[in-house]
Write a protein that binds this ligand. Sequence first.
Ligand code: COA
Length: 154
Amino acid sequence: MSARLASVTTYRKMGDEDLAQVLAIENAVHAHPWTRGNFADSLDAGYHCWLAEREARLVGYGIVLVGAGEAHLLNLSVALEWQRRGIGGELTRFLARLARDYGAERIFLEVRPSNSAARALYASSGFSEIGVRRAYYPAADGREDALVMEMRLP
Ligand SMILES: CC(C)(COP(=O)(O)OP(=O)(O)OC[C@H]1O[C@@H](n2cnc3c(N)ncnc32)[C@H](O)[C@@H]1OP(=O)(O)O)[C@@H](O)C(=O)NCCC(=O)NCCS
């Protein structure tokens, strides 16, 4: 019984008090991480900022902006030691359902072409590539394009 419970992902809203832990993950998993200010601004702006927990530990988080019938997935991250256990997929489904519940018919995101893990996750979650934003991201040697992906929310 406890082994079953231990494998369940639970979700709760992110608050200012969580930012130290969130930033520890953010800085560990992204080459160009969001700053504390980026997270604080998202909370202040009322974006949907959610934490994923397993065994009462923070294992990932996601931020989605919903408005005018559309949603934008702004950040999705899973702690290094918890990756490849299905949490990214669960978090994506959780945030897509939430966006739909708040009236979004489509959800968009940007991803680096070099981020093969995220691209594979999004493709297996139902996103399709619909375009490119040139020189969207900072990169070690200048700028990197962004692939724009979209999923319709039934
Ligand atoms: C992208 C990320 C969120 C995936 O989270 P995760 O919990 O490891 O993903 P899951 O375990 O749910 O994987 C779901 C599927 O995505 C694909 N995938 C995930 N990581 C992968 C990797 N490193 N290489 C290849 N495919 C990968 C696989 O198809 C996987 O299914 P499988 O494990 O059955 O093969 C995680 O790697 C991460 O936080 N990366 C750093 C932050 C980041 O890049 N965020 C996205 C920015 S747009």
